[in-house]
Design a binder for this molecule. Sequence first.
Ligand SMILES: Nc1ncnc2c1ncn2[C@@H]1O[C@H](COP(=O)(O)OP(=O)(O)OP(=O)(O)O)[C@@H](O)[C@H]1O
Ligand SMILES: [Mg+2]
Length: 476
Amino acid sequence: MFFRSIRFRLTSWYALTLAAVLAASSLFWYIALSRNLEKHIDERLLDVAKVVERSHLKEHRDLSLPQACNDLDKYILDHNWAGYAQVRNSLGNIICNINSVEGKPLPLGKSALLKITKMLHHFETVRNLDSYPLRLLSYPIVHDGRLERIIQIAESYEQAEHTLSDLKIVFLMLSPFAFIALTGCGWFLANRALTPIVNITETARKITAEKLDARLPVHEPQDELANLSNTINSMLARLEDSFNRIKQFSGDASHELRTPLAILKGETEVSLRWAKTEEELKQTLESNLEEINLMGRILEDLLELAKSEAGELHLDFEEFSLSDLLQDIYIHAKTLAEPRQHLIKLRLQVDSEIHIWGDQIQLYRMFLNIINNSIKYTQPEGTIEITLSVDDETAIVSVKDSGVGISKEHLANIYDRFYRVDAARNRQDGGTGLGLSIVKAIVDAHGGRIDVDSVVEKGTTFTISLPLKRETLKKS
Ligand SMILES: Nc1ncnc2c1ncn2[C@@H]1O[C@H](COP(=O)(O)OP(=O)(O)OP(=O)(O)O)[C@@H](O)[C@H]1O
Ligand SMILES: [Mg+2]
């Protein structure tokens, strides 16, 4: 686990890169310094050669040979230059040498000779003459286009080698320290950067279905990890909301089913024990059937709502006449309202037949639910008015009743499942509190909206707006 951790891998990559960079930079500086040292030696050798050429050998061209070498020797002494020098004649024979390396002459190799014959100077590194390599310059002295002398000047690499080996020691000693220190820093930084992830992981581990209210810590500054925490937190909030709704839903569902079940059980037990006549048994069965029907309705409605929440509400979209649908509903509503002797009105405030794109059966069910409520929650001999109008691209249907109304504090909840303003009153009417939830689900599935306006003891108006494509508006 440790070796697979991001911290370890991050630090390892960092250490590897660091080692490569350290090695490359050390090599670079070593080569650069050695080149530089070589360049300096070469420049010095060339300077000496030029001065010797100019001020001595040329003047002593005709003088006796030892004199020429004496002057070269004097020059070297005057300039405190710790090098080797040698003069050869144009045939390559040694005329004299100063500070020779243990009596050995400075060599004149093939490549040097080739350059000299072209009247060019030549630098080379001679390795087998001394314990340290020598940098050797072979320099032609030319007079009137003729090669007269070859000066060979050499300087030991000893000093340069010392400098380079010092540098090597510094690199070799410091690099491991630098590597260890920087890798430690890398480990520390990786730790620091990953601490928020550790905290997130620990908090996330504690989050269970029962403890969905926990939230991940959001670190400052608002970086990528803070963004991640915020995103996960909002996901948790949505999950918590869904979980709570599911809990509420199953609690409500079992509660609602328990009442008719208890009634069923009670009545059946009583009649088993006490019913003597066929008539009494029939009465119990009739009452039981009512409860069974109610349970069936609750289950059907719940199933419908569950489907709509899961986005599985099956809708058969087609173009149909909303005006005709409302006419049918109007006729149906009149029949339903008969026992309570309500006055049902239908006002089509449009000068053409309105066609919309939707599921006719579901919309019929939706309007009937609202009208049913109006019938239920309006005192006998009340008025229920259904109005159709069109505003821009929207068909607006309102259902206005002169009923008991809904007080403000209840208005916000009426679309909640099983919500009933007055539970006692509605149980008597057979209401389960699911009607408006289904209404809202159907309106939402049609891309519409539902609004409610209500005054207690005056009445309630539900307004349903459904999107209407202009081309579906047909002239009658
Ligand atoms: N037109 C209305 N006038 C007064 N109160 C209303 C009206 N429509 C709805 N309500 C109130 O809103 C509550 C929720 O209505 P909803 O239709 O969801 O449930 P229900 O009618 O009680 O039961 P169901 O429709 O499932 O048989 C009702 O219980 C009622 O108190
Ligand atoms: Mg209802």
